[in-house]
Ligand binder design. Structure first.
Ligand code: GLA
Length: 743
């Protein structure tokens, strides 16, 4: 890994074994983009890549010259209005009404490692050898604004992290209306755009479209990253597959309103931009103030989607997630939400926990309904004190009882919200986001606290810290169950209201930072009506997230398959729930529910007392299995082999670091009869090792399993004789493959 600057040609080359990223200072002082792709040799001069033919209808910067038009030059952080007509990376409104900016190169520094971004989550390094960072400083002479563009290239994997910082070194305030984290001009449009989109209970479904002239974008204006679109996008060459070909992944480390966009211009140049959504954004920057954008991460892979995902998994698991739980296998938990909803007593909870303990569960989690007047979703949010009618001994008493069973205890919070029927709202009706003289809309009967105000965040911190210090709490589920409306803060003047959405997220990050630092051993799981804030921003604070409120095993195949495109398996909250399922009312076999949930954090979302003895025996085996293999399941190298979006079967697998153990998850939605024989070619094994298939006892070389395939045919490949039912709908298997000398 290195960053080289060639003085004569003013060219920067950031590279490692996988990636080269080349830029230069253009003759107008702006940064030009020369190349982003597979690693190539360094040399002094790549200026032939600047193609500047005169074009009809273009406008040009220099008198008497018909070559220099920003419209026709690939750039790094473009502005609009001075010959470029595409969507810009930055837009700044000045006091005189002008929006023209002219950021010219001033200086640069190259350092080892990676600086932190004040108040924002970001990837990090643990030594200066892990990455190198280039900071290019540019300045707009008229306003005096200094722009610092940060580029970090990591030593391993085709990873480039970017962000921008503005410092107003002028004398007048300005309004930043758009400040992208990343902008990149690619020389052609020969890509398929892939996004992870959906809705509540069907988050992060994989959707593909070819690029074409015009604009393709995903975004959120809901105040959180959303169920609807994840802040992640892939451009893949049409020939790229899961295992091969060129793929570029873009991920924004941010939990609020975002936009990721590709604009293909009339000459097929593709401009990617990713950052805070410019809609509803207006940040007033007074003289002397600075503004830092969130970080965007680009991953370049020549090894298809799996190669890209593995790079993201490793980076986000090791250098975005932090703290005590980062590298630790996650406790198997039992959450009471689908078991009781709001209808529970202390004894009932202990009854559920006792059965869970008997089965081997390690952590009991009390979900919504334990505080204030919270007997339904109409009251109590904001009052983070135990409801003594339900919990006579408070949270500390219940926690003691759970700990006495030999389990850890976890608790649900929804810190950002308030019901009008709550003591908090009665005391501070002005603490919610609401626009003067307008009605204020609710979501699930609740209102959003104004987290842009430090005193509001502090008030919630005090309540939460009290409970956490008084009781033995090992885990927190942090929920957020509505989108923001009438976004307006009573604490800010009119010309700063465009800051509220972002300030809210900064307040959220601040609360997370304070709580995770004060209680470093607590495992935080993020949640937002399932997966509405399943984003890299929160992964920095909470190493796992509840992937979806849809706990049906078949639905989960798509959700978890899509999620794995960017996010490591160790962070995907996945539980076994009852059949018929509470969301889709489908009956899936217990083994399939577990076989899907194993590829995640694993737990139970039901009352185990209601299961038959036969089922309890199965649950005990499942828990034992998870305990034995969770390190590999959660932290191994993960491969998607067959997509639930393309057929009746889904297959994925994970391989241990030493390649001596692999687990293959095989899932079939509908049963068949007299079907073709099936096999699946595995990935990532050691070709020279002999693996024993623990299920069948057969032995095969790694190369056989990877090139011939693992035989997955079963009784469906044949005739069903008489009444015999050889297999079932929603069937699945986990194949455990162990290097033969490991037996
Ligand atoms: C959200 C969460 C659920 C549960 C409920 C409680 O919907 O996603 O898991 O915690 O809130 O109200």
């Amino acid at each position: 890994m290195n960053i080289v600057y060639h003085q004569r040609t003013k060219t920067f080359h950031l590279y490692n074994d996988t990636l080269s990223y080349i830029m230069c200072v253009l003759e107008n002082g702006h940064l030009g983009q020369l190349y982003c792709g597979r690693a190539i040799h360094d040399k002094e001069d790549f200026s032939y890549l600047l193609e500047k033919m005169p074009r009809p209808m273009s406008s040009y910067l220099y008198e008497g010259d018909r070559t220099f038009s920003l419209e026709n030059i690939k750039q790094e952080y473009p502005v609009y209005g001075s010959t470029d007509y595409r969507h810009p990376a930055v837009e700044i409104l000045q006091e005189n009404g002008s929006r023209i900016m002219d950021f010219q190169y001033e200086s640069h520094t190259i350092t080892g490692g990676k600086p932190a971004l004040a108040g924002l989550p970001a990837t990090y390094t643990e030594s200066d050898e892990e990455a190198a960072t280039l900071q290019v400083t540019l300045r707009d002479k008229v306003t005096g604004i200094r722009l610092e563009l940060l580029y970090t290239v990591f030593a391993e994997g085709g990873i480039l992290a970017r962000s921008a910082r503005f410092v107003n070194e002028g004398t007048a305030p300005v309004h930043i209306l758009n400040a992208m984290s990343l902008s990149l001009d690619l020389p052609d449009k020969d890509y398929v755009w892939m996004q992870l989109s959906g809705a509540w209970a069907r988050e992060r479904h994989v959707k593909n479209r070819p690029l074409e002239q015009g604009i393709l974008a995903i975004d959120s204006m809901r105040g959180h990253s959303s169920h609807h679109h994840n802040p992640f996008m892939v451009l893949k060459r049409p020939s790229a597959t899961e295992d091969s070909g060129t793929v570029l992944g873009f991920s924004l480390i941010y939990s609020g309103n975002f936009r990721i966009q590709a604009e293909v211009d009339t000459y097929d140049v593709t401009r990617i931009t990713a950052g805070i959504n410019p809609s509803c954004f207006d940040w007033k920057l007074e003289a002397g103030e600075s503004f830092q954008t969130p970080e965007a991460v680009m991953v370049y892979s020549e090894e298809g989607l799996n190669g890209m995902s593995q790079t993201f998994h490793h980076l986000y698991q090791k250098r975005l997630a932090r703290g005590y739980w980062r590298d630790r296998p996650r406790p198997i938990l039992n959450n009471n939400w689908e078991a009781t909803y709001f209808d529970f007593t202390e004894d009932r909870l202990v009854e559920i926990a006792s059965k869970a303990k008997e089965c081997g569960v390690e952590l009991f989690v009390l979900d919504d309904g334990w505080f204030g007047a919270r007997c339904s979703d109409r009251a109590g949010l904001g009052d983070w004190v135990a409801n003594r009618d339900r919990l006579p001994q408070g949270i500390s008493g219940l926690a003691e009882r759970i700990e006495a069973l030999g389990m850890k205890f976890g608790l649900w919070f929804e810190p950002e919200m308030v019901n009008k029927d709550s003591d908090l709202f009665r005391a501070h009706p002005d603490w919610i986001l609401q626009t003067p003289d307008r009605s204020v809309s609710h979501g699930r009967y609740q209102y959003v606290l104004d987290f842009s105000r430090p005193e509001v965040v502090d008030g919630i911190y005090q309540m939460m810290a009290k409970i956490l210090s008084e009781s033995k709490i090992s885990y927190i589920k942090w929920d957020m169950n509505r989108s923001i409306t009438e976004c307006y803060s009573a604490a800010l003047p009119g010309d700063r209201q465009g800051e509220v959405f972002h300030r809210y997220i900064l307040g959220l990050y601040d609360l997370y930072e304070r709580l995770t630092s004060a209680f470093p051993h607590i495992l935080f799981e993020s949640c937002a009506s399932g997966g509405a804030r399943f984003d890299p921003g929160l992964l920095y604070y909470a190493p796992q997230g509840w992937a979806s409120d849809d706990s049906d095993a078949v639905e989960r195949l798509k959700i978890q398959y899509g999620t794995s495109m960017c996010y490591p398996i160790s962070c995907i909250g996945s539980h076994v729930s009852v059949a018929p399922n509470h969301q889709v009312f489908r009956n899936t076999p217990l083994h399939t529910r577990a076989n899907v949930a194993y590829f995640g954090t694993f737990g139970y979302e039901l009352d185990l007392n209601k299961l038959t003895d036969e089922e309890i025996a199965q649950v005990k085996e499942q828990i034992q299995f998870m305990k034995e293999y969770r390190k590999i399941l959660q932290f191994g190298t993960f491969y998607r082999l067959k997509s639930p979006f393309e057929g009746n079967e889904t297959v994925w697998m994970t391989v241990s670091e030493d390649k001596k153990t692999a687990l293959v998850g095989w899932y079939r939605v509908l049963n068949g009869v007299n079907m073709p024989y099936t096999r699946v070619r595995l990935q990532g094994l050691d070709p020279d090792l002999v693996y024993e298939n623990v299920l069948s006892g057969t032995r095969h070389y790694g190369d056989e399993l990877m090139h011939v395939g693992l035989i997955t045919s079963d009784a469906t490949s044949g005739e069903v004789v008489g009444d015999a039912k050889p297999s079932m709908d929603f069937d699945s298997r986990i194949y455990v493959l162990k290097a033969a000398d490991e037996q």
